[in-house]
Write a protein that binds this ligand. Structure first.
Ligand SMILES: Nc1nc2c(ncn2[C@@H]2O[C@H](COP(=O)(O)OP(=O)(O)OP(=O)(O)O)[C@@H](O)[C@H]2O)c(=O)[nH]1
Ligand SMILES: [Mg+2]
Length: 708
């Protein structure tokens, strides 16, 4: 395996809607470049890219695969991303390190949700973009309609370079080469004069293209008039002009393929090779600290954009080198915490095939093994160098499920597996709530979590089961109640005595006690579940020695807080005022007061209009105009309060407050309501009392569980 410098590397990410043909195209690219001897198919799990068991089982991509092929002395790195929305974290990571995004579009479907989603990310990363209209052989393929839809969504910069050549699907008219290209089944291209029926249109497209490029380059226009024609063969002007327009995101060329039949693919490879910017021509990545220059002698600086534990090898770290030259045995550090790392073996990767390489030079993408402290999103750098590449921004989770190990005694093994999984895929979030007694895993949707379960079983031999997550309800009071309790015991030797009168009321900012009560001391307790309880000592005349017993009284109440009397949920946001009582010179002690305060609190709480509070989230749903009615109707059945709507291109943004309990599996419902075109985002807002009938239902369910 050769070593390539930045001028001889192209980094391309294949992105777009699920099933458009990215993996098949990647396979055809490798085949055209003779990196593989025969083309595999997604259907029989034989592609280089979709090699993981989860991918074979589903016949779709789940992970971003790194592939590469040599073309005319250049190394073309291809990142084949999954199109399914649940795996968007993989796409985001790939776009972080790719220099060009190649959008694959199904010519029969045109622009789809997955296309739009990926587009929005390339807008953020300002990644140059180009399109491939694939499946030109499909019965419903419609070149004109697809291009129109693309222009409508992505603007005037969308510029078709090719035309379908009629006569079967093996011929393509190329207006950048001004040739008609016929592709043999093995992908070999034969170049011919453009047929008479296409000549006029091809010339018009050619002129349009030149004009588009010349917008930034007057020299190009002059040269064009001089020569009468300018093709991709023109190194200096034409290729450079195209490249500049690509880098500035002013031009998005459109190519045509039938990936499965290897039509158009070798031509696409030559365009990638001739025109796409090399890593050295690209603006630097977003950095939190320092600078990088794609300089093979500086640094080194490399960024880990994904990690993957592979059987028998350990953890693979996929890196893009931004400065310097990586070599095995090099001593580097993790920029996050300065931890030392010695580089293991280096590889060029083709799916699960890995070829050792001596070096990885600035601009290139490859992998290394057995890094100790370095994970996805970390920067590796020369010791002491002040460079930190901005980490990848993974999206917040959209679905949370409770999980448990199906086999007793495997909790530790499960925890280890999940820990590893979350390191590999930071768009998975694991949480443990001791209070609710549950563990949760959150991700982008049902399929994302299914794949996590599959991988836990397949990779770590751990069986887990998902369940509806328990909602973190709270109990509180909405009124005021006073009560007295006397704890008295006379058994054998020393007795127990404590007498206490307390008032329980909702926690308000301003304290407003009944007339005869005065605050003497106070203390606010913050509970583990992030609620507050305000304790007030209002004892007059020393009827209780509060110096001695205030602490014990608080402890007694604190014990009662853990399980509220209504439905057993933790209690919070109450004020407890101790205003009267009595003690006995011998029999009163801390334990007695603890017991008394606990009982008094429970009784007072029950009489002070107790209520269950539920978490309410701020929900934002983005849906196409045409699905608004359905989504709003559905939200109404979820006790949502709609707070506003605004339009955002062809989409509507709905803002609402919705009880968390009503959003179980919402990602799945929304997807089916909108054919996958809706997305949502939810964030905790506040706690709120539940409507009476909902609370009654909750209480009766709880009672049933307890009785059972
Ligand atoms: N007719 C036709 N089918 C194709 C072509 N390219 C791919 N396919 C088929 O389309 C289906 C999806 O192809 P993939 O390559 O898995 O698509 P993908 O974009 O990688 O899909 P995800 O990774 O799931 O996003 C498979 O059944 C392919 O065989 C093509 O040019 N023509
Ligand atoms: Mg795929």
């Amino acid at each position: 395996m050769n070593v390539y410098d930045a001028d001889h590397v192209r980094n391309v990410a294949l992105v777009g809607h699920q099933g458009a043909g990215k993996t098949t195209l990647a396979e055809a690219m490798l085949y055209s470049a003779h990196a593989i001897g025969r083309m595999g198919a997604v259907e029989d799990g034989s592609t280089v890219s979709d090699y993981h068991p989860s991918e074979r089982e589903r016949q779709m991509s789940v992970f971003t695969s790194l592939l590469h092929a040599e073309w005319e002395g250049h190394k073309i790195n291809v990142l084949d991303t999954p199109g399914y929305a649940d795996f968007v974290g993989e796409t985001i990571a790939a776009l972080k390190v790719a220099d060009t995004a190649l959008f694959v579009i199904d010519a029969g479907e045109g622009v789809q949700v997955g296309t739009e989603l990926a587009w929005s990310y390339t807008e953020r990363t300002e990644t140059p973009a180009m399109f491939v209209l694939n499946k030109l052989d499909g019965g419903d393929s419609d070149f004109e309609a697809a291009v129109e839809a693309m222009r409508e969504r992505f603007g005037r910069g969308v510029t078709p370079i090719q035309l379908p050549g009629g006569a079967g699907t093996r011929t393509i008219i190329d207006t950048l080469l001004m040739k008609q290209i016929r592709f043999a089944p093995d992908g070999t291209a034969t170049f011919e004069e453009i047929g008479a029926e296409f000549a006029e249109r091809a010339t018009a497209m050619h002129n349009e293209l030149i004009e588009a490029i010349a917008e930034n380059d007057e020299g190009l226009m002059e040269l064009y008039f001089e020569k009468g024609e300018l093709t991709e063969d023109d190194e200096d002007e034409m290729r450079k002009g195209l490249r500049t327009a690509l880098i500035r995101r002013q031009l998005y060329p459109v190519f045509l393929t039938v990936a499965r039949e290897n039509v158009g693919v070798s031509r696409l490879m030559s365009f990638i090779d001739n025109v796409l910017p090399s890593p050295a021509m690209m603006p630097p990545p977003h950095l939190d600290e320092g600078e990088v220059h794609t300089d093979p002698k500086a640094g080194p600086v490399a960024f880990v954009f994904r990690t993957m534990a592979e059987e028998h090898v350990g953890e693979f770290s996929f890196v893009r080198v931004y400065d310097g030259t990586l070599e095995q045995g090099m001593d580097l550090e993790n920029a996050r915490d300065g931890a030392a790392e010695r580089l293991g073996a280096l590889y060029a990767i083709n799916g699960n095939r890995r070829d050792g390489v001596a070096q990885l030079v600035a601009g290139d993408i490859g992998a290394t093994v057995k890094l100790k402290h370095t994970h996805t999103s970390d920067t590796l750098r020369k010791k002491g160098l002040g460079v930190l590449i901005e980490p990848i921004h993974f999206p917040d989770p959209r679905m949370t499920l409770a999980l448990r190990s199906t086999r007793q005694g495997e909790e530790d093994k499960m925890a280890q597996g999940i820990h590893q999984l979350v390191k590999e895929d930071p768009s998975l979030h694991f949480a443990q709530d001791a209070h609710l007694g549950q563990m949760t895993l959150a991700g982008q949707g049902e399929t994302h979590l299914d794949v996590a379960r599959f991988r836990l079983k397949n990779r770590y031999g751990v069986d887990i089961e998902y369940d509806r997550p328990r909602v973190s309800y709270r109990e509180t009071v909405q009124g005021r109640a006073q009560t007295s309790y006397r704890h008295k015991k006379q058994t054998g030797g020393a007795g127990q005595f404590a007498d206490i009168s307390i008032l329980v009321e909702p926690l308000t900012d301003e304290i407003n006690l009944p007339n005869d009560l005065r605050v003497k001391h106070e203390h606010t307790l913050e509970t583990e579940w992030h609620s507050k309880v305000h304790f007030v000592d209002a004892i007059v005349g020393g009827v209780i020695d509060m110096q001695r017993f205030f602490g014990a009284i608080q402890k007694g109440v604190a014990e009662a807080l853990r399980e509220g009397p209504v439905a057993g949920y933790p209690v919070g946001d109450v004020r407890v005022v101790v205003y009267d009582g009595g003690m006995h010179s011998v029999d009163s002690n801390e334990n007695a007061f603890k017991t008394a305060s606990k009982h008094a609190f429970k009784t007072a709480f029950r009489e002070a209009q107790p209520a269950v509070l539920e978490p309410v989230v701020n929900l934002e749903v983005t849906v196409p105009e045409s699905h608004m009615g359905d989504v709003l109707g559905d939200l109404n059945t979820r006790r949502a309060r709609i707070q506003g709507m605004e339009s955002d291109g062809p989409f509507q943004k709905i803002k609402a407050q919705v009880p968390e309990a009503e959003l179980y599996r919402y990602a799945t419902s929304l997807r089916s309501m909108t054919q996958g075109r809706g997305i949502h985002h939810a964030a905790f807002s506040h706690y709120e009392a539940m409507p009476r009938h909902v609370q009654d239902k909750l209480v009766s369910e709880r009672t049933e569980v307890e009785e059972a």
